[in-house]
Design a protein around this ligand. Structure first.
Ligand SMILES: [Zn+2]
Length: 90
């Protein structure tokens, strides 16, 4: 079973990082722009790494699972056809 907590952490960090990259570009001058780009890139990369580590297929172990925020059992492994079921209690 996939862990919902890690799926959500992965989604939040990736989206937050990309949002910072896109939104905080030119408001505060060049020094802050570099800071925001670094923070945004670090967050989105961290989110992707967490997704990469924890979103493994429970059946075959390949990294085919996409993080899902609230749905469960609607996606299938592209390698072995196993349904991805999330555990909401962890
Ligand atoms: Zn699989």
């Amino acid at each position: 079973m996939l862990k919902r907590r890690y799926a959500r952490i992965s989604i939040v960090l990736t989206v937050l990082g990309l949002a910072i990259l896109l939104l905080f570009r030119t408001y505060y001058g060049q020094v802050y722009e570099i800071v925001f780009v670094c923070i945004g890139a670090a967050l989105s990369i961290a989110g992707m790494i967490i997704g990469f580590i924890f979103m493994k297929c429970p059946s075959c172990g390949r990294r085919s699972a996409m993080p899902q925020w609230s749905k469960s059992g609607t996606r299938y492994c592209i390698y072995c056809g196993e349904r991805f079921v999330y555990n909401d209690s962890v």
